[in-house]
Design a binder for this molecule. Structure first.
Ligand code: AMP
Length: 437
């Protein structure tokens, strides 16, 4: 009986997983250049963590968390996002005591019970970064530069960074009132959800996906946060843009972009990519002053972002084939004695750093060669009776369809084998071969 996977939970298969590993390793390089360190955090957290941070009235907390009670009754959840966990860890381990500024990155799965569609899964993976402990605009600019560098090094084409300011505790209440007044004036045209949002979380009026609400916003533009910023918020936002402009980067102003999580203030940003359809956000982030204190830490700010790996993979797959994954060498031993010699040689060569496959000795040469071709091997090392008797092995260059010059194979032949490999412009580390020769 087949047991299928769960809706919204996908396998990442070989080929595709190579693309993921490539993204992670490129990200690791850039994170290191920006002096960020990795954190690996648990997948299960207390549900309260996200209620307190992401917000009670957000879609994530209201309806998307995989929440459950532990046997002792503690309400737990699979984490729906990373920032709250990073901040929890920062506070829990009193990282600020030694050095208030923490620059942390993470990779890992997140869980949201959304309606699955292209680019929207119930388990998805994020690459995220958080710069905690700085309130200044240069920190926002640094995180945005890091984001731009990641997109460049991932070779994502045609992505655009959108930016907005969401104000702070001083100016947001005034804006909120203006938005509520706008909503009240158009109550009959708003969807039932927006009626509720108007009372609970009016900023969410701006990203309602209902066509009627969208049409209303197009016809009668709601007030913009940017026009309500207090002076410090205005200066902060201008400085972020100035620092980016100094590197010739000009994120597009998106005055109605509010993001779906409550903890953002001041700078908010999103990366959108064309060709992703409705789920066009590759990533997003922003500043979250107040969150660290709210979760029991000192009164310091933070800024960060997360990119969705599945969506990055979709964008990259559109213009780059998945990286082929193939052994460089296949050893084809003919018969039981050759299989022993093949096992020894394979072990030596693997320890010397080669990616290599060994065929079972009982198969015919023809079937071994066919299989080596199917695996995409560059070279096949043939070990037959003749090779065993003479102590020389045959290396077939599959691309050139010819044998390399004969080389010695068993005991003491590693140097010659290496020479043959070098001749094919594939020089493995010499030390490994010699050590095992
Ligand atoms: P958020 O934490 O909502 O700001 O999301 C950041 C990024 O994570 C998004 O821009 C997406 O790329 C990715 N993401 C969020 N939710 C999903 C999902 N359900 N499926 C796939 N990717 C997602």
């Amino acid at each position: 009986m087949k047991v299928p996977s769960v809706k919204g939970f996908h396998d990442v298969l070989p080929g595709e997983s190579g693309r993921w590993a490539g993204l992670e390793s490129a990200a690791r390089t850039v994170f290191t250049q920006y002096n960020f360190d990795e954190v690996r955090l648990p997948i299960v957290e207390r549900a309260e963590l996200f209620r307190r941070s992401v917000g009670e009235t957000t879609d994530i907390v209201e309806k998307e968390m995989y929440a459950f009670d532990d046997r002792d009754g503690t309400p737990l959840t699979l984490r729906p996002e990373g920032t709250a966990s990073v901040v929890r860890a920062y506070v829990e381990h009193a990282m600020h005591a030694a050095e208030p500024v923490a620059k942390l990155f993470y990779f890992g799965p997140m869980f949201r019970r959304e309606r699955p569609q292209k680019g929207r899964l119930r388990q998805f993976s994020q690459i995220g970064a958080e710069l905690i402990g700085r309130d200044d605009a240069a920190a926002d600019a640094e995180v945005l530069l890091l984001l731009y560098d990641l997109l460049a090094d991932f070779a994502v084409d045609g992505a655009e960074v959108l930016i907005n300011s969401l104000g702070d505790r001083t100016c947001r209440p005034g804006y909120r009132d203006a938005l509520v007044a706008w909503g009240r004036a158009h109550l009959s045209e708003l969807c039932p959800d927006c009626h509720r949002r108007l009372e609970q979380n009016p900023l969410r009026l701006l990203d309602c996906k209902q066509p009627a609400c969208g049409a209303l916003r197009a016809r009668v533009p709601p007030p913009r946060m940017l026009d309500h910023l207090c002076e410090p918020c205005r200066d902060h936002f201008a400085r972020v843009q100035e620092l980016l402009a100094a590197r010739n980067l000009h994120p597009r102003l998106a005055p109605y972009m509010v993001r779906g999580l409550d903890y953002y203030c001041r700078t908010a940003f999103e990366v959108v990519a064309h060709g992703l359809g409705a789920q066009n956000a590759l990533g997003g982030g922003g500043r979250y002053d107040g969150l660290v204190k709210h979760l029991g830490g000192p009164d310091i700010g933070g800024v960060g972002f997360a990119l969705g790996v599945e969506r990055l993979a979709i964008v990259l797959a559109a213009n780059q084939a998945a990286a082929p994954s193939a052994p460089e060498f296949v050893i084809a031993p003919l018969g039981a004695a050759a299989e022993v010699a093949g096992t020894v040689l394979a072990h030596r060569l693997r320890r010397a750093g080669l990616r290599l496959e060994v065929e079972p000795g009982e198969r015919s040469l023809k079937s071994q060669m066919r299989h080596a071709g199917k695996l995409g091997a560059r070279y096949v090392i043939i070990l037959g009776e003749h090779e065993l008797a003479s102590g020389r092995i045959t290396v077939r260059d599959m691309a050139a369809r010819q044998d390399l010059p004969h080389v010695a194979g068993r005991g003491g032949g590693a140097a010659e084998l290496r020479a043959a490999i070098a001749a094919a412009a594939l020089a493995p580390p010499a030390a490994g071969l010699e050590r095992h020769a």
